[in-house]
Ligand binder design. Structure first.
Ligand code: SAM
Length: 251
């Protein structure tokens, strides 16, 4: 049996690592490192710095794997394209696990929390169901919505209300129109623009040295967010941002 640690490393700041995550990092013989093209230098540099800082006996090996690109324009069905993409990743996982001896322990350093908008755990569970002899351990991490709320010093829920965490694509399709607040991730098209009167709490590169925060009425700050986003993306080559929208309270 192989042990696979799915370690949430938090959304950017090494101080977000939990004691449980550090202990898990110190057990792994192999770290599986995703190659996401432009993001690689940014995100993997943070992963490597965490290993250098927190692994006491650095005897581990790094095994890189390429993240396949997802068919977008040609595939109208979003779910179908994600499934296809996961299948390709599973093939990469099978190859990587061959590098791990039976009885060995490997680890994924998953950005933020492994249970929020991340496919690693699902692929591993599918492999387990398909007969792979894997012992899976999941270590929670501080997710981008948690980092966002802390940096802006706001609560995610309004009194007595639900918390909705969703994607830019779904907000663009109208999902948040009837909600009084929502946290939005994975948004390349600034879907918040449809709520001019709402307040926004926006954060990019949360927890890192490049962090940018903007808050205010959307009508007042949308142009500032666009400009900061554009500049940061051209400076760094990639961007990760998350925001919360809050509509005015009904009286
Ligand atoms: C594939 S999801 C991964 C989420 C991650 N598992 C988590 O728990 O935060 C990537 C999205 O998370 C958000 N995100 C992750 N890290 C972030 C950060 N440091 N600052 C702002 N947004 C971040 C962005 O919305 C980005 O598009």
């Amino acid at each position: 049996m192989r042990t696979i640690l799915v370690i949430g490393i938090g959304a950017g700041n090494p101080d977000y690592l939990t004691v449980q995550a550090i202990r898990a990092m110190n057990r792994a013989e192999v770290f599986f490192m995703p190659d996401k093209g432009e993001e690689k230098s940014g995100l993997n540099a943070i992963r490597l710095a965490m290993l250098a800082q927190f692994v006491e006996k650095p005897q581990y090996r790094l095994v890189d794997f390429a993240i396949p690109s997802r068919r977008r324009a040609e595939t109208p069905d979003y779910r179908e394209s994600v499934e296809e993409w996961r299948d390709k990743l599973e093939i990469a996982y099978r190859r990587m696990f061959a590098e791990l001896p039976d009885g060995g322990t490997g680890a994924f350093l998953v950005w933020g929390d492994p249970t929020l908008y991340d496919g690693t755990l699902r692929i591993l569970k599918d492999m387990q169901s398909a007969g792979w002899d894997l012992a899976i351990e999941v270590i929670p991490g501080i997710s981008a919505p948690q980092a966002l709320a802390a940096q802006h010093q706001v609560t995610l829920n309004r009194v007595g209300e639900a918390v909705t965490i969703t994607t830019g694509r779904r907000v663009g399709e109208g999902e948040a129109d009837a909600l009084s607040s929502a946290v939005v991730m994975l948004d390349n098209h600034q879907a918040f623009r449809r709520f001019e009167d709402a307040e926004i709490f926006w954060g990019a590169y949360l927890g890192t040295a490049d962090e940018i925060l903007v808050a205010g009425r959307i009508a007042d700050v949308a142009a500032e967010i666009d400009e900061k986003r554009r500049q940061a993306q051209s400076r760094n080559g990639w961007i990760m941002d998350t925001y919360m929208i809050r509509k005015p309270e009904k009286s």
